[in-house]
Design a protein around this ligand. Structure first.
Ligand code: PGA
Length: 248
């Protein structure tokens, strides 16, 4: 089964209304039939997007439904303002905000309950890579998510492999390295559901740019990219989306 590619632009804590307009205009000049384009702006900018033909995502979601959680945003709130996806467990949330694998799994459930598809980020730090322990590390990150969801819910999940050593460093994983881990992730998923493993998209993230995108997207188990820095320039991001759309 062919999986539709997906390119997700993660602005992190960057961007402004002017860039909302610039990127919207740049993307509107193209017809992206073969790729799902998703933009994750900071929460306060989500409602600045007018009429668009791409999708919006939150950068994080609370693991609770409502209550005294200052600064947090619930899945229902994201759904209400038109988000179809949400990033969950980005390494910056895990590292700087102490998010645990269990919390990530709860966030996944909260999102799915509100009809939002979670994009679950996993990936190892440099030390684990050097110790050749990246697969064990990733399997541990995946386990609570895979046990929290049922097989039907699992089909709603998108995974993103983002090796921490590749994020924002300009040192992307090679297409072969990334393919090997993507295949591993798909194999782990298939132990829960073979049909979900066939369907779910596994994105690669970590210094994706217009020079390396095509080679990465050409790999069997790489179903698109989660793009940070290069999503902050409308021409770079549009080019990456065009490549994922099968254009040259
Ligand atoms: P990068 O970030 O493309 O700037 O490496 C990717 C991410 O953190 O999602």
């Amino acid at each position: 089964m062919a999986r539709k590619l997906m390119v997700v632009g993660n602005w992190k804590m960057n961007g402004c209304r002017q860039y909302v307009n610039e990127l919207t205009t740049a993307l509107s000049l193209h017809c992206f039939n073969s790729v799902d384009v998703v933009v994750c702006p900071p929460a306060c900018l989500i409602q600045s997007f007018g009429s668009i033909d791409f999708l919006l995502a939150g950068q994080d979601v609370s693991d609770c439904n409502d209550g005294a959680y200052t600064g947090d945003i619930s899945a229902a709130m994201l759904a209400e303002i038109g988000c179809e996806y949400v990033l969950v467990g980005h390494s910056e949330r895990r590292e700087m905000h102490g998010e645990t694998n269990q919390q990530v799994a709860q966030k996944v459930l909260r999102a799915i309950e509100q009809g939002i598809k979670p994009i679950v980020c996993v990936g190892e730090p440099l030390l684990m890579k050097e110790a050749k322990a990246e697969q064990d590390y990733i399997a541990e990150q995946l386990a609570p998510v895979l046990s929290a969801v049922n097989c039907e819910q699992l089909e709603q999940v998108v995974f993103a492999y983002e090796p921490i050593w590749a994020i924002g460093t300009g040192k992307s994983a090679s297409p072969e390295q990334a393919q090997c881990i993507h295949k591993f992730i798909r194999d782990v998923i298939s132990r829960k559901s073979e049909s979900a493993a066939e369907k779910v998209r596994i994105l690669y993230g970590g210094s994706v740019n217009f020079d390396n995108a095509q080679a990465l997207f050409a790999q069997d188990d790489i179903d698109g990219g989660l793009v940070g820095g290069a999503s902050l320039k409308s021409d770079s991001f549009t080019t990456i989306c065009r490549y994922a759309n099968g254009e040259h």
